[in-house]
Design a protein around this ligand. Structure first.
Ligand code: ZN
Length: 250
């Protein structure tokens, strides 16, 4: 039974780190699109403090080099903005319009130059409510082509599978850190019938999240079930934005 409304799935990974290669291998196996948010002033940078922060010393947070990006490591996938240097735009540059524009617009330009494809949006570094602001959003919209921005916190009701109310405050359904929650959401999403509106499931994470608790098999299982679900349309973040840009404001 095919009704008027549809179900969409999208996912993204942040920071442009080397675990993204394994994510892409899994995505290719199932024909699954994926979005990667990268920082173009941090190429090749190693952040051992991330492992310390999550209680896993030795956990790798090694970014791809500029040469690897230029050679096409992300070919076939959606590459979007994550700012040049990964600051909290609101906390580090709260009222500094020039710095906000520099971090977002120059990352946008670098990605376009390196991949040949202009990004459509971004993920906020940090991704909490306090990492963005009305000023940050207005500055981005007025001075850059970026038209969506993902937070790192879930919406009030992830089980509603709602589309974003505005693209510059796009709440993902769950982080892959909460892998059991992701599996539960994916299962109920596959069973859901979109009776009176389109539905969206959005899962996000970092490659190191999958390494940290060895969630790779569980991740692949979730990708496989969504890829094989006949009525789930799997799209990149940019695809989803383009499908709904005339219906949902930035
Ligand atoms: Zn990040």
């Amino acid at each position: 039974m095919s009704g008027k409304f549809k179900k969409y799935f999208t996912m993204s990974f942040d920071d442009g780190i080397t675990q993204d290669a394994r994510i892409m291998d899994i995505c290719r196996k199932y024909g699954m699109p994926c979005t990667f948010n990268i920082n173009t002033s941090l190429f090749g940078v190693n952040w051992p403090w991330v492992g310390e922060m999550v209680g896993k010393p030795g956990l790798s947070h090694q970014r791809f080099t500029e040469e690897e990006i230029r050679a096409g490591v992300y070919n076939g996938f959606d590459v979007e903005v994550h700012t040049l240097n990964h600051p909290s735009l609101a906390r580090n540059y709260g009222d500094d319009k020039a710095q906000i524009i520099h971090e977002v617009l120059d990352d946008f330009k670098n990605i376009e130059a390196l991949t040949g494809i202009a990004p459509a949006g971004m993920a906020y570094p940090g991704g909490c409510e306090h990492d963005t602001s009305p000023f940050v959003i207005d500055t981005i919209l007025e001075n850059t082509p970026v038209r969506f921005a993902r937070l790192a916190v879930p919406p009030k009701d992830p089980d509603a599978f709602a589309l974003p109310e505005r693209f510059m405050r796009w709440y993902p359904s769950s982080s892959f850190v909460f892998i059991d929650n992701c599996r539960t959401l994916a299962t109920s999403f596959i069973e859901a019938v979109p009776e009176d509106r389109d539905l969206l499931l959005y899962l996000w994470g970092h490659g190191y999240d999958l390494d940290s608790e060895n969630l790779w098999d569980a991740f692949e299982e979730i990708v496989a079930m969504l890829a094989k679900a006949p009525d789930v349309i799997c799209v990149s973040n940019a695809d989803l934005y383009r499908i709904f840009k005339d219906k949902i404001p930035s």
